[in-house]
Design a protein around this ligand. Structure first.
Ligand code: NAD
Ligand code: DAU
Length: 344
C-alpha cells in the first residue's frame, strides 16, 4: 500500500475543467479539501462551458486560465505554480471523431505529449492521466483487466490509446509520477447534450425522437460522475505511480433499456424511440474488472437505477442550462443537423 499523499495546501491543475467530468471534479474537490486550490486550464471548445462553474467563479481558491494544452509556452508557465495534475482535456465524442479525427489526434495525443514534456521540466508530485475504457475495444463476455491488450476501434479511442501509451512510456522512461485511469461511461449533471443520456433526456423533454443506433443492444457500464471523481481522488492519494487502474460501476445496461427508463421517469411514450442506422464501427460492449482500484478502498456508491432517475430530473430542473446549448450553439446545431440528417 502506498503511503497516503497529503493534499493539504496543494495547488491542483485540472485540464478540461469546463467540461462534464472536469466541472463535476472541481466542485467535488473544492468542497472536500478546504485548503487546496485549483487552476483550471481549458480551451473552451464547443464542449467547454463556464456556466458549469458559476458557483465557484468567485472562489479565491479557484483560477480559470483559458488556453490550449497544445500551447507549450503557456503549459510550461502554468506548470511552474502547481503541485499536481488531473488531465481531462480532450475531444471526447465518438461520433464527431468519425466525421473528422484531426482535433482528436491534436488534443488527445499531441496535447497530452505537451503536458508530459512540461512535467519533465517541472516539479510535479502526481499526474493523473484520464484515459478511457474504450481503449480496450469491445468484448461480448468477460471483463478487461488493466494489462490486457488495447484494440481501440474509433478515431476517438485510438487517439485516447495514443495518449494512454505515451503516459505509460513517460512514466517508465523518465520516472514521471503518472497514474493512468480508464473510466467507463460517466453520467450525471452538466454533460454536453450530444451524449446519449443528456441527448435522449432533453429530446424526450422536447417531445422529439430519441435516435437509437442499430438495434439498441449495445451495452455500456454506467458510472455516476461523482463516483468517478472520488475514484480520481483515491488515485491521487493512494495510486501507484506507473500503474493503470480501471474505474467502472459494474452496472451494465443495454441502450434500449436506458432509453425506456428515461421515458418512464419523464412519463413520455415509448413511441418517441426511433431506430436509426448504426454508428460506424460501433463497439458492442465495454466491461471492466475493477478489483485493482477496489483494493485501494474505492467502490462506486450510486447504482444506475437510482442515479439515472436523479440525472434525468436534473436536466428537467435546469432547462436553461441545456436549452442555451441546443438552441443557441452553432456547433451543436450544425453537428446535430448534419450527423442525424444522414440517419433518417
Ligand atoms: P467534455 O467533452 O465534456 O469536456 C472536455 C473539456 O476539454 C472541455 O471543457 C473542452 O473545452 C476541453 N478541451 C478540449 N480540447 C482542449 C485543449 N486542446 N486544450 C484545453 N482544453 C481543451 O469531456 P468529458 O466527458 O468531461 O471527459 C473528460 C475526460 O474524461 C476526457 O479525457 C475523456 O476522454 C475522459 N473520459 C470520459 C468519459 C465519459 O463518459 N464522459 C469516460 C471515460 C473517460
Ligand atoms: O466508455 C467511455 C466513453 O463513453 C468515453 O470515453 C467517451 O468520451 C464518452 O463519450 C462515452 O462514449 P460512448 O460512445 O459510449 O458514449 P455516447 O454517449 O456517445 O453513446 C453511448 C451509447 O449510446 C453508445 O452505444 C451509442 C449510443 N447512442 C448514442 C447517441 C449519441 C445512440 O444510440 N444514439 C445516440 O444518438
Amino acid at each position: 500500500m502506498v503511503e497516503e499523499r497529503t493534499i493539504s495546501g496543494k495547488i491542483l491543475l485540472v485540464t478540461g475543467g469546463a467540461g462534464f467530468i472536469g466541472s463535476n471534479f472541481i466542485h467535488y474537490w473544492l468542497n472536500k479539501y478546504s485548503d487546496s486550490r485549483i487552476v483550471n486550464l481549458d480551451k473552451l471548445t464547443y464542449a467547454g462551458n463556464l456556466d458549469n462553474l458559476k458557483e465557484v467563479e468567485d472562489n479565491p481558491r479557484y483560477e480559470f486560465v483559458r488556453g490550449d494544452i497544445c500551447d507549450r509556452e503557456l503549459v510550461d508557465e502554468v506548470f511552474q505554480r502547481i503541485d499536481g495534475v488531473v488531465h481531462l482535456a480532450a475531444e471526447t465524442h465518438v461520433d464527431r471523431s468519425i466525421l473528422d479525427a484531426g482535433e482528436f489526434v491534436k488534443t488527445d495525443v499531441l496535447g497530452s505529449f505537451v503536458l508530459f514534456e512540461a512535467c519533465r521540466q517541472a516539479e510535479i508530485e502526481f499526474f493523473i492521466h484520464v484515459s478511457t475504457d474504450e481503449v480496450y475495444g469491445s468484448r461480448e463476455e468477460g471483463f478487461f483487466q488493466e494489462d490486457d491488450p488495447l484494440n481501440p476501434t474509433s478515431p476517438y479511442s485510438a487517439s485516447k490509446a495514443g495518449g494512454d501509451r505515451l503516459a505509460y512510456a513517460y512514466t517508465k522512461t523518465y520516472g514521471l509520477p503518472i497514474i493512468i485511469c480508464r473510466p467507463s461511461n460517466n453520467y450525471g449533471s452538466y454533460q454536453y447534450p450530444e451524449k446519449f443520456i443528456p441527448l435522449f433526456t432533453t429530446n424526450a423533454l422536447e417531445d422529439k425522437p430519441l435516435p437509437l443506433y442499430g438495434k439498441g443492444l449495445n451495452v455500456r457500464d454506467w458510472l455516476f460522475v461523482e463516483d468517478n471523481c472520488r475514484a480520481i481522488d483515491t488515485l491521487i492519494r493512494r495510486g501507484h505511480f506507473g500503474d493503470v487502474y480501471n474505474i467502472g460501476a459494474n452496472d451494465e445496461v443495454t441502450n434500449i433499456v436506458v432509453a425506456e427508463r428515461i421515458l418512464e421517469v419523464l412519463g413520455k411514450p415509448k413511441s418517441l424511440i426511433k431506430y436509426v442506422p448504426d454508428r460506424q464501427g460501433h463497439d458492442l460492449r465495454y466491461a471492466l474488472d475493477c478489483r485493482k482500484i477496489h483494493d485501494l478502498g474505492w467502490k462506486p456508491a450510486k447504482r444506475f437505477e437510482n442515479g439515472l432517475g436523479e440525472t434525468v430530473r436534473w436536466y428537467e430542473e435546469y432547462p436553461d442550462w441545456w436549452k442555451k446549448i441546443k438552441e443557441k450553439s452553432k456547433e451543436f446545431k450544425s453537428f446535430y443537423e448534419t450527423y442525424y440528417q444522414k440517419r433518417k
